[in-house]
Ligand binder design. Sequence first.
Ligand SMILES: [Zn+2]
Length: 120
Amino acid sequence: MDKKCPDCQVDLFEDYSEEVFEQEDGSMMLDTFPAWVCMNHCGYYERIETFEVIAQRDDDCFLLLYEGEEARILDLRDRILFPPMNVHAILSKGYWEDVRSNRDIGEEMKNIKRIKEWNR
Ligand SMILES: [Zn+2]
């Protein structure tokens, strides 16, 4: 499966990309993640997401488990993907329920990219 940049029509290669965003307390957060990056370096990328949805809270907050026991909280109401933390630390704090939502988290994650434009 070849992935192409929609702007340049060249192949994407597997690399890392990063986004900087401002947290609620005003501090800046750097988020680095694996991504398909345009060979032209035009700035286009697609996140490579390898996670499993393991729990949820309310209807729009999900706990995503990544490799190495790292987990992230995904808040679809505010469209925020929080930085990774140890999954046990997250589960020990707060109340989590079994996943019952049918939402397509993979699809929803595409909109989450806008996190870099998020301001408080
Ligand atoms: Zn490109």
